[in-house]
Write a protein that binds this ligand. Structure first.
Ligand SMILES: *[C@@H]1O[C@H](CO)[C@@H](O)[C@H](O)[C@H]1NC(C)=O
Ligand SMILES: *[C@@H]1O[C@H](CO)[C@@H](O)[C@H](O)[C@H]1NC(C)=O
Ligand SMILES: *[C@@H]1O[C@H](CO)[C@@H](O)[C@H](O)[C@H]1NC(C)=O
Ligand SMILES: *[C@@H]1O[C@H](CO)[C@@H](O)[C@H](O)[C@H]1NC(C)=O
Ligand SMILES: [Zn+2]
Length: 964
């Protein structure tokens, strides 16, 4: 019964699509299967910031004519498309399109654009907010920025605004997870431009430029994506660049005629390219960076080209058509060929034998961390909108957009100019401030005991907590910390508050109990961070235990006026730890010398060090002298503070009851004396026998095996033994032998490698004195207050027996420690703990039932009207937990669920409307490619859904009343 209703509903949507016959695949040119068809794809690659800021690109800058802008490109293309209905264009970055559309007052022009889109002349391709990087992005943010781009497009254009293919023509290498996400979005294919030069050569030789990419080890065909490598990266072939920036033209005017030579050259180039591809179709990317400012130049030349090519097609067997990537893809699909497959990813990317694009995995570490914090707070802001029943989303939209911009392949990557990097940080900060004030308002609302009671507490975040700097905790005698947990399960957190003296008492307002506390001195190196203003000398540590799912708990902190005596330790105790782990330090070098896990028989040899690489490959220890250390032990945490040099230090700590070690690293200002830059790495060496193998995550989701000096699909000859063996680490790198596993988890994207057996290294920070010559024309030399930028961050170090399901533990820690950490909100008060607890709600959970540990609440955000967009994800891979898990949506919401629509991952199409192209593999059948099932659900079974390993399911949920 339910299933029937679902089908009928879907049919009616399909009918709506069918009544508009001219967009999407229906608008494609008819292809003759007997001839070689050259698909001319007019496009412009418009970076959402790079050597200029987003706005400088959009509006044009002072130093250029204002007509040179993305705005001009759009307007010029719109004008040219109207001249001939055969002309086509694709638009990729919704950030720019939305900027134009939302500032456009002219409804006549808007109607023209709607007609161009519904007629299939203007087609959105990719369609995310920006063309995101794939190495250093987190999958949650990739999903979000696709969702928000799609949302704007479908609000304006309906289903004709729904993109069909991915278009990642410029990112510097390609991740398998991105392919999987794009498959789950419902894309029929993906095209990209950059891959290792040897890989490309090999693929051209074997006609494997186009393939079926197996995006997931868990999702079967739901994660498979047809993927094509573009022949010319994304430029036009030589001699066919018709922009105002190029000097090529084709003319049949008497006196200036060159069309005969041009057509001859066209035929030759088309045949050369066709030689490398399987089908009788090839694509020519007709455009480049910021092309089409004067679009008529392109179109007039292409008109002439098409006319002459097609007039002699009887002789040549070649035709040229205006096309789009989706039309090209449809032609491939109609050719009924079988395609090669691909299981690994496209990292690292080398454009020359000595040019590995692996430094950007680490470049601008503070921007990379700021982005990750942005995601954390975006999820909090979204959740609180839903919990507080707010349907006003302007403030939230700013953060959605800012996060979309920062995903761009020259933003989070750190490959932009300095002033552009600062602009990204400013855009993100401005949006965070807006969301902070909403968050404060919603926390207020949720803290009221009675509906009408005014509550005027201002809850503030301390954005500089990572510099041990927070005005409230330092200055105020009494304040409340409200801690919000965005995860859908209970977690505990050790809280660290910067304070000026050891004289506090902390009360858990839920229980009224006084908590154990501990003071740890703040390292001098932290106090010396150039921009720091904090005057704290200690961090006050306490454990905020059992934070409710999607909710908060509150703690009352007050200065007692009694200074506590701090126990002095002598440095001869060379070991810290608890009942689970022990870390020992060498008494001469002061480095980590051993790691003992209760799971092991005895100690594994381990050492940790800071190393930098000047120039190419010779590493140097940051300090060869014994480093300075101090040891601090108390009931909650044991720490060793190590100083390696005036610009490199770290804290190694073990908290009570925890089975892992935390490393708090601090690097900078990196000196550039001696005229060379430095890349600072943190390296751990062990006696594990790893045979060159290690594992990295792909965008923080599935794990991929790596092998030193090996590429899975071609015989590699790697001339750069270090740079050529670096891989992107979004959240985890690990290695194992027959006995143990060692993993390092990161709080931001970093480059990582295992250059020697038994070792793992992560690049923390880099400061250079020479440009790499790839277009930015500016040295990566980040500064603050006139000196090199300081970066501080955290690693989690895990040792475990090899068969202990350690990757499941890694995922849990990454989620609650690194990606969706509980956030602290501060409010000064005059109230005593008891008074506060009487007056305000001190504990709150926004969901009715906590989700099991293997289910992530990936999205909970306000959607259209008062519906909620909800994504649930099975957190584990098959090998971690092969069993499907059931969740009932009615258990989640306090309010009654009225209806639920299941959507594709990008939330712009119902699952039952999706009919992705099916592709035949050349050598099928090795693995079962069935996708995981999707059960039907409805009010009769409490909207109970089943999630298979790694499956994400997306729903638009309508509630009968809004909660709270
Ligand atoms: C709107 O745009 C159209 C097309 O560009 C133009 O002809 C018309 O004059 C504009 N109208 C206004 C009110 O600006
Ligand atoms: C091309 O060949 C077809 C069939 O042989 C013929 O009908 C058509 O007129 C020819 N076109 C041109 C332009 O010569
Ligand atoms: C609060 O502390 C900050 C630094 O932590 C200091 O700059 C500021 O002046 C203090 N404000 C008050 C009101 O004491
Ligand atoms: C791995 O750990 C997870 C989380 O604790 C658990 O749900 C799962 O059952 C474990 N799997 C195996 C194979 O032990
Ligand atoms: Zn680009």
């Amino acid at each position: 019964m339910k299933w029937k209703q679902l089908l009928i509903f879907c049919l009616s949507t399909l009918h709506f699509v069918a009544s508009d016959p001219h967009c999407g695949y229906e608008a494609c040119p008819k292809i003759d299967k007997e001839v070689l068809t050259v698909h001319l794809v007019p496009h412009t690659h418009d970076d959402v910031g790079w050597v200029k800021t987003v706005d400088e690109y959009f509006f044009g800058t002072k130093d250029q004519r204002p007509s040179l802008s993305v705005k001009t490109i759009l307007e010029s293309v719109i004008e040219q498309l109207q001249i001939d209905p055969g002309r086509k264009f694709i638009w990729v970055e919704t950030a720019f399109f939305w900027k134009w559309w939302s500032s456009q007052q002219n409804d006549t022009l808007k109607d023209v654009v709607k007609k161009l889109v519904s007629g299939g002349q203007l087609e959105f391709t990719g369609g995310a907010w920006s063309m995101n990087d794939e190495a250093v992005t987190h999958y949650q943010s990739t999903i979000d920025q696709f969702t928000w781009g799609f949302r704007r497009l479908s609000d304006i254009f309906g289903d004709c605004g729904r993109p069909h293919v991915g278009w990642q023509i410029d990112p510097f290498g390609h991740s398998r997870e991105t392919a999987s996400l794009m498959a789950q979005i419902g894309f029929d294919g993906l095209f990209f431009g950059r891959l290792d030069k040897d890989d490309k050569k090999n693929r051209m030789d074997h006609k494997s430029m186009e393939m079926i990419w197996r995006g997931s080890n868990n999702l079967g065909e739901d994660g498979d994506l047809f993927t094509g490598v573009l022949y010319n990266q994304y430029s036009p072939p030589r001699g066919f660049c018709f922009d105002v920036w190029c000097s090529d033209y084709i003319s049949d005017e008497p006196g200036n005629s060159n069309f005969k030579e041009k057509i001859a050259s066209f035929v030759q180039l088309a045949k050369e390219q066709s030689d490398k591809y399987l089908s009788k179709n090839i694509m020519w990317t007709m455009g480049m960076d910021f092309h089409y400012m004067i679009a008529g130049k392109w179109y007039n030349n292409m008109d002439t080209l098409i006319k002459h090519v097609n007039s002699i097609s009887n002789e040549t067997g070649i035709v040229a058509v205006y096309s789009t990537p989706s039309c090209y893809l449809q032609a491939l699909h109609n050719s009924s060929l079988a395609w090669p497959t691909k299981d690994d990813d496209f990292f690292p990317y080398a454009s020359e034998p000595d040019a590995y694009w692996t430094g950007f995995f680490t470049s601008r570490p503070n921007l990379k961390r700021f982005e990750r914090t942005g995601n954390n707070l975006l999820q909090v802001c979204k959740q609180l909108h839903v919990l507080a029943g707010s349907t006003e989303t302007d403030g939230l939209n700013s953060l959605r957009e800012a996060m979309g911009v920062v995903q761009h392949h020259d933003a989070i990557t750190g490959t932009e100019k300095q002033h552009v990097a600062e602009d990204y940080a400013a855009i993100l900060n401005k949006a965070l401030v807006q969301c902070d004030s909403l968050t404060s308002e919603f926390l207020n609302k949720l803290s009221r005991k009675r509906e009408k009671e005014p509550s005027l507490v201002l809850f503030e975040r301390c954005p500089l907590l990572n510099m041990s700097d927070c005005a409230v905790s330092e200055n105020e005698t009494t304040f409340v910390v409200k801690i919000f947990n965005p995860l859908a399960r209970r977690v505990s957190k050790f809280v660290r508050l910067p304070v000026t003296g050891p004289e506090h008492s902390v009360i858990d307002l839920s229980s009224g109990k006084k908590l154990d506390i501990q003071y740890v001195p703040i390292m001098d190196e932290v106090k010396k961070i150039p921009v720091g203003k904090g005057k704290a000398l200690f961090e006050l540590v306490f454990e905020a235990s059992e934070l409710p799912p999607v909710g908060f708990k509150s703690f009352h902190v007050t200065k007692t006026g009694r200074q506590e005596l701090l126990r002095k330790l002598n440095n001869s105790e060379r070991e810290i730890g608890n009942e689970f782990v022990k870390v020992s330090f060498d008494d001469r070098s002061n480095l980590i010398s051993g790691y003992d896990d209760a799971g092991f028989q005895g100690t594994r040899q381990a050492s940790g060090a800071y190393i930098f690489r000047p120039g190419k490959n010779q590493p140097f220890k940051v300090s060869n002298e014994p480093t300075k250390i101090s040891i601090h032990k108390g009931p909650l945490v044991q720490e060793v503070h190590q100083t390696f040099s005036p610009w490199a230090s770290q804290v190694v700590r073990v908290y009570r009851g925890q089975k892992h070690v935390e490393i708090d690293w601090l690097v900078g200002p990196i000196p550039t004396d001696g005229g060379f830059g430095k890349e600072v790495i943190s390296k751990i060496s062990t006696n594990l026998k790893t045979n060159g193998e290690f594992t990295t995550d792909s965008n923080s989701r599935e794990y991929l095996r790596r092998r030193r000096n090996v590429r899975e699909t071609w015989t590699a000859n790697i001339k750069e033994p270090v740079a050529g063996n670096y891989y992107p680490v979004t959240s985890a790198i690990s290695m194992q032998d027959e006995i143990s596993t060692v993993a390092i988890l990161t709080d931001r994207a970093q480059g990582g490698a295992s250059i020697e057996d038994g070792s793992l290294e992560l690049m923390l920070h880099r400061r250079l004195v020479e440009d790499d010559g790839f277009g930015v024309e500016k040295v990566l030399d980040e500064q603050q207050m006139g000196v090199g930028m300081v970066a501080r961050g955290r690693h989690i170090l895990l040792f475990a027996p090899v068969d202990s399901n350690v990757t499941a533990r890694q995922r849990d820690l990454v989620q609650r420690e690194m990606v969706l950490e509980p956030t602290l909100y501060f409010a000064p008060t005059n109230l005593t703990a008891q008074e506060w607890a009487e007056k305000y709600q001190v504990e709150f959970s926004g969901i009715k039932t906590a989700l099991p540990e293997n289910v992530n609440l990936l999205t909970m955000e306000p959607w259209r009207g008062n519906s909620v967009l909800l994504r649930l994800e099975n957190a584990f891979e098959k090998k971690e937990d092969q069993f499907p898990v059931k969740v009932s949506l009615t258990d989640l919401f306090e309010a009654e669920v009225a209806s639920v629509d299941e959507m594709m991952l990008g939330a712009n199409q119902k699952v039952c409307d999706s009919q992705r192209f099916k592709w035949q593999a050349q050598f099928g059948g090795i693995r079962d490619r069935e996708g995981p099932a999707r059960n039907t659900f409805g009010s009769s079974n409490n909207f109970e859904i089943v999630l298979y390993p790694m499956q994400i399911r997306t729903f638009v949920v309508s509630l009968k009343t809004t909660s709270v």
